[in-house]
Design a protein around this ligand. Structure first.
Ligand code: FE2
Ligand code: FE2
Length: 239
């Protein structure tokens, strides 16, 4: 399995997987690498290199998922990355998808395409609700919990003592399924009364977005949540 390490040239990383480009941006990394290695760029930008490598490697190799290592990073670091991803979804991925969707709809003479738009709007609404919930409830709870844990605050503040991460972090299955259905309607059922090339572009973007979201949800479900459960156990059992 090809894994990137501290000596990997940044250019090699991009050539190996150009889908990593938005991931690099989330770390504040832009192109123009010359011969710089992962180590050089992380040192220059003051990025936690082990966290960076864990994130790019898990994104690149789906079978690679060092849960223990990932859970060892601080909640702040993990949440900072997740928040940057949310911002990317809202400011970049979704608006781009919408532009492409509009092109497909406008290229069709049939009204059938409206169903895709309606479906997409429902999907978006649910995704936005999910993200908002994490930003406003789950993440602040985790950050507060981490602080209470580090400062050894006792007794636990009420808003920490009375909640658990499971009451905040909602499952991803519903949103994931809606995105799958959206692709499936087009690929399987809809009469192709639209411009094929526009539709391909739209689908490429959906596939890419789906991959980005799956990776994101995996970090939340398999890293953040178990990590928080461990902290909760320690804090709440000791009280
Ligand atoms: Fe999220
Ligand atoms: Fe999520």
């Amino acid at each position: 399995m090809e894994l990137f390490d501290k000596n990997t040239r940044m250019t090699e990383l991009v050539y190996a997987n150009y889908l990593l480009l938005p991931v690099l941006n989330r770390f504040g990394i832009s192109l123009g690498f010359q011969d710089k290695s992962v180590f050089d760029v992380c040192t220059e930008k003051k990025i936690d290199m082990n966290f960076f490598l864990a994130i790019v490697n898990t994104f690149h190799q789906h079978e690679y998922f060092p849960e223990d290592e990932l859970q060892s990073f601080s909640s702040n670091l993990i949440i900072d990355y997740l928040r940057k991803s949310h911002l990317d979804f809202l400011k970049d991925s979704l608006p781009n998808i919408e532009v492409l969707l509009l092109k497909v709809v406008e290229s069709s003479k049939s009204n059938d395409l409206k169903i895709i738009q309606t479906f997409y709007n429902k999907y978006k609404e649910e995704l936005l609700e999910h993200i908002k919930d994490e930003e406003e409830n789950a993440f602040p709870y985790v950050l507060e919990l981490q602080k209470v844990y580090e400062l050894n605050i006792n007794p636990l503040p009420k808003h920490i003592a009375n909640y658990s991460i499971q009451s905040f972090e909602k499952e991803h299955t519903n949103v994931d399924e809606k995105l799958f259905d959206l692709k499936n309607i087009i690929i399987k059922f809809l009469q192709p009364s639209y411009n094929d090339k526009y539709c391909n572009e739209f689908l490429f973007k959906l596939f890419q977005f789906e991959r980005d979201l799956t990776d994101h949800a995996r970090i939340e479900d398999k890293i953040l949540v178990p990590k928080v459960i461990e902290i909760e156990k320690e804090l709440k059992n000791g009280n």
